[in-house]
Design a protein around this ligand. Sequence first.
Ligand code: CP
Ligand code: NVA
Length: 302
Amino acid sequence: MTTPRHFITEDDLSTEQFVKLIEDAIAIKASWKSGETRDTLRNRTLAMIFEKASTRTRTSFEAGMVQLGGHAINLSPKDSQLGRGEPIEDTSRVLSEMVDVAMLRTHKHSTIEQFAAVSAIPVINGLSDLLHPCQLLADMQTFFELRGNIKGATVTWLGAGNINMCNSYINTAKLLDFKLKIACPDELKPDNTFLQKCADHVEVTTDANAACEGSDVIVTDVWASMGQESDTDTLHKLLAPYQVNQDLMKIASKDAIFMHCLPAHRGEEVTADVIDGAQSVVWQEAGNRLHAQKALLEMLIL
Ligand code: CP
Ligand code: NVA
């Protein structure tokens, strides 16, 4: 079996491949919006396994396959044999016989790695407890569309430093060569393995104001990620000082943009006037999931 190309972590791409994917995504979006049709993935099938809820990831992958002439199948563990204990490796081997690409959203990152280890088809990480690389494709596409190449820019992450989205931002800061300032409580600092790998690109502080100074992008995420619901009260207390509000936006660069992977909780990690305000680009960001992943699917399958 030749090893297929996967997208499980941002590090599966080189800097050049990441930038090329964004450029392709922008071109695919323009062509779709101008009414052109594209059937590069005609007769191709994507299988999607969701251990956790999803609105954007499921819709963008399914619509993306349709827009490229292909098809997507959703396999919820609840309704498939996975829920009755069929090993993930056996599921992977079976899907390799039937479909062209697989996307998994899992609790444990290791589940995606186990699936990929025996897969004959490309595997995409649609979010794990460790990383959310598809979201970073869309976030970076959004910055490139609005401000050009992100190399040399400053991005501020506010919130838990040890969650999937922040880890993915750390990886991407190194790959695309931007400065990432992370403001988080000491208790929720990023894991050292991420920090050490990307030390030249990342600064960590507990001071939200200092982290936002002069920043080009302010980004945050829900305080309690999927699977962390039992820690909600503790997380809310720890993260309250890191809420994105107008005072923090004023400290950032005058034309700073606000991003959030969504779903958002107004009044918690972000105030309504910021997420619904003029600096917010969250709808464009969400929409770009569709186009960035079409570029990704073509790259992996063709
Ligand atoms: N941002 C994101 O992945 O959204 P969903 O959980 O709705 O897929
Ligand atoms: N950190 C969040 C991202 C949701 C898209 C979670 O894992 O729930």
